[in-house]
Write a protein that binds this ligand. Structure first.
Ligand SMILES: Cc1ncc(C[n+]2csc(CCOP(=O)(O)OP(=O)(O)O)c2C)c(N)n1
Ligand SMILES: [Mg+2]
Length: 679
């Protein structure tokens, strides 16, 4: 069924100047969107109560006085936005047809998220409306990144990020405000203060007064308060001036907007925490009837009645179309096919450097970063101390000097916001490479990595090409917080690719392969390998082979699978058994941990009938468990022995060298375990 034609009043922009020229017309157009947003939100609530909409319905009733004027004032050809769960009216103005947004709520076959996300968790990434994740505060850094991306491309964009009074307590808010001020990112940060976070009043949210806008001073940015429940024309003028200032100064700004939450937190909210009369007080402040009364004065009651009638008819016709749309098919293959962006054609790399130098892994990665920065204008490198200092492991040494800011730059200690910022850049066509100082600190960015970047493609169709470099692993007496192997932790979540090179050439190749991939890719870089041994490193036309395992030895006794630093240890173990037991192994360096390409290894297990998996990470829920399961389930009946898993102990990484050696697999321990297993 065709979408009904929207009323002519629903134009996508209203400039502040129009208010002065023709206030009646401009206000009527603003009113039309506010009224449509309100009635659609109310209708959605009704449909939810009828069981026709599932999930959580958090209406924007009471927030239209902010969100509609702001969305109408923004430049939708350039600007970046991410609405919250109170931003339905903003979605309507920004992009699509009312039916598209209703389809999202009905989670039907035409839903913009393909019914993979519910209610307001959609956006329009092509139009720079970034799809919201539930984790409040998380979207602000994405907006900052995409806005910066626009600016880097020479477009005078402004970003708009929203958060509630409750969300103002999250760490991401602080991290992002600091980052935006530091990097001078033109973002309008908007606090939607409706005085409640679910049932929690502001008095239980923060102690330092209720004037949240005053926090702006602490970030060195401008801030002010705005009452969006009063005069809509005044709101338009104030917002227009703020947007104009941000557009010209490129400085962020923080505004605290007094707004309303007329229907409680969500459809299921009982509201029993509210004081008697409080809800009535909210409705008394509602800007929509006030604007309507003003328009009756300006344009006459008949005109406003006619607008209401036209909008109501449009809404009902749209609901009818969306309700008649088919349900999604539940096609598993289609869902699985969309987990990752498809493998794209290789980038047109120059066949350089042709002459191979003898480099260690740190130098090989540096060479790869230089190649990328030289040949790919959309690339940039960020991380803590990666600038002048060259990174904690000197992997980025010299890059700042050679490529300069803003392509190579230090970030503050804010892994979550910096990763979210990188996600925003990636969503807008840049390809950031982010170094984590130690892999361990990536847990600070777990939401951005696992729930935001990793799910992006599946839920929104948008590509998120991001390289996350994780200096990982132990054996260096760094203790529990600088030695983690986090592959199982991250790869338990779908949507992430991961490479774990063990040679300098593979490290170079892995960087190019990860860089040109349209998905978030983690590169695990074992710290002990950065400076252990040198090898020839040069342009290798076959660099994409790092997505498959490499066979290092041929044998017939058993199949040995490992990766990372343990590859070198496993080679010594193989030498030992060849010499002492005349037992030879098929030895594989896995290289790619996600997606797993196990065909060659499975064929080997089928032939040898025995499997040994060695890794440095812990045993329980360790990566070896997955490998053993996948590699033996098809050959179980023909196995000659139970598979052997050799891993670290199920303990935190202990500090003293004696303890750490007891904790992790070593050559001697592996030999003992394998010998005992051989019987
Ligand atoms: C980080 C995080 N913690 C908890 C929640 C669950 N939650 C969803 S909405 C909400 C209240 C948010 O309050 P506020 O930021 O004031 O926004 P409002 O709902 O009032 O518009 C909570 C606690 C969440 N979405 N994100
Ligand atoms: Mg609130």
């Amino acid at each position: 069924m065709a979408f009904p034609l929207p009323p002519a009043l629903l134009t996508r922009s209203v400039a502040a100047a129009e208010l002065e020229k023709n206030p009646s017309d401009a206000l009527l157009r603003i009113y039309a969107w506010m009224q449509l947003a309100r009635s659609a939100d109310n209708r959605i609530l009704e449909l939810f109560r009828q069981g026709l909409i599932r999930g959580t319905v958090t209406g924007g009733q009471g927030n239209e006085g902010l969100i509609v004027p702001l969305a109408l004032l923004a430049d939708k050809a350039t600007d970046v936005i991410s609405f919250t769960h109170r931003g339905f009216g903003g979605h309507l103005v920004w992009s699509g047809h009312l039916c598209d947004h209703l389809n999202q709520y009905f989670a039907n076959a035409d839903s913009p998220t393909q019914a993979r996300e519910g209610n307001i968790h959609h956006g329009d990434p092509v139009a720079r409306s970034l799809p919201m994740i539930s984790h409040l505060g998380a979207m602000l850094s994405n907006v900052a990144g995409a806005t910066d991306s626009q600016r880097r491309l020479g477009r005078p964009a402004v970003g708009f990020g929203f958060f509630g009074d409750g969300s103002s307590s999250t760490g991401d808010i602080h991290e992002t405000l600091n980052l935006a001020s530091l990097l001078s990112l033109p973002v309008l940060f908007v606090i939607e203060n409706n005085r409640y976070a679910y049932s929690t009043p502001v008095s239980e949210q923060f102690a330092a007064g209720t004037e949240l806008w005053r926090r702006a001073a602490g970030y060195g940015i401008e801030g002010f308060a705005l009452d969006a429940t009063a005069d809509v024309a005044a709101t338009v003028r104030t917002l227009a001036a703020a947007i104009q200032k941000i557009r010209t100064t490129s400085r962020p700004m923080l505004i605290e907007v007094n707004t309303l939450r007329l229907r409680g937190h969500a459809a299921y909210d009982t509201g029993d925490y509210l004081k008697p009369g409080e809800t009535e007080g909210f409705f008394a402040k509602d800007p929509l009837p006030k604007l309507r009364a003003q328009l009756v004065g300006l344009a006459g009651a008949a005109r406003v009645d006619a607008v209401d009638a036209e909008l109501a008819a449009f809404l009902e016709a749209s609901v009818k179309v969306s309700l008649a749309t088919a349900r999604p098919s539940g096609d598993v293959a289609a869902m699985e096919a969309d987990l990752f962006a498809p493998v794209a054609a290789p980038l047109p790399w120059k066949a350089e450097p042709a002459v191979s130098g003898n480099l260690n892994a740190a130098q090989a990665i540096n060479l790869g970063l230089r190649k990328i920065l030289s040949e790919r204008p959309e690339s940039l490198v960020l991380g803590q101390d990666i600038g002048t200092y060259g990174g904690a492991f000197k992997v980025t040494e010299g890059l700042l000097g050679d490529f300069g800011r803003p392509r190579v730059f230090n970030t503050p200690l804010a892994e979550s916001a910096c990763t979210g910022y990188a996600i925003g850049l990636a969503l807008n066509g840049h390809r950031p490479i982010e170094e984590f100082q130690f892999a361990d600190f990536s847990t600070e960015a777990a939401t951005q990595i696992t729930l935001n970047a990793a799910t992006m493609r599946f839920r929104s169709g948008a590509a998120c090409p991001l390289v996350l470099r994780f200096p990982c692993g132990g054996g260096l007496t760094f203790g529990s917080f600088h030695s983690q192997e986090l592959e199982s932790f991250f790869l338990a979540m779908p949507g992430l690719k991961a490479l774990y090179p063990s040679t300098p050439q593979d490290a170079f190749n892995a960087l190019l392969a990860a860089y040109e991939d349209d998905n978030p890719v983690i590169i695990f870089e074992h710290k002990a390998l950065y400076r252990r041994g040198k090898g020839p490193v040069a342009w290798d036309a076959n660099y994409r082979a790092v997505w498959t395992p490499r066979q290092l030895r041929n044998g017939d006794y058993a199949t040995l699978v490992t990766y990372g630093e343990m590859v070198q240890v496993a080679e010594e173990v193989c030498d030992y058994f060849a010499a002492e037991y005349e037992a030879t192994f098929d030895l594989f360096d896995l290289r790619a941990l996600s997606p797993l390409k196990l065909d060659a290894i499975a064929a080997s297990v089928a032939r040898t009938g025995r499997l040994v998996v060695v890794h440095e990470g812990r045993r329980t829920h360790g990566f070896g468990a997955e490998l053993v399961a996948r590699l033996t389930e098809q050959h179980f009946a023909s196995l000659k022995a139970a598979p052997l898993r050799i891993a670290a102990l199920d303990l935190p990484v202990p500090f003293a060298p004696e303890l750490e050696q007891a904790f992790r697999p070593t050559k001697d321990k592996i030999i003992d375990r394998v010998a005992a297993w051989m019987g």
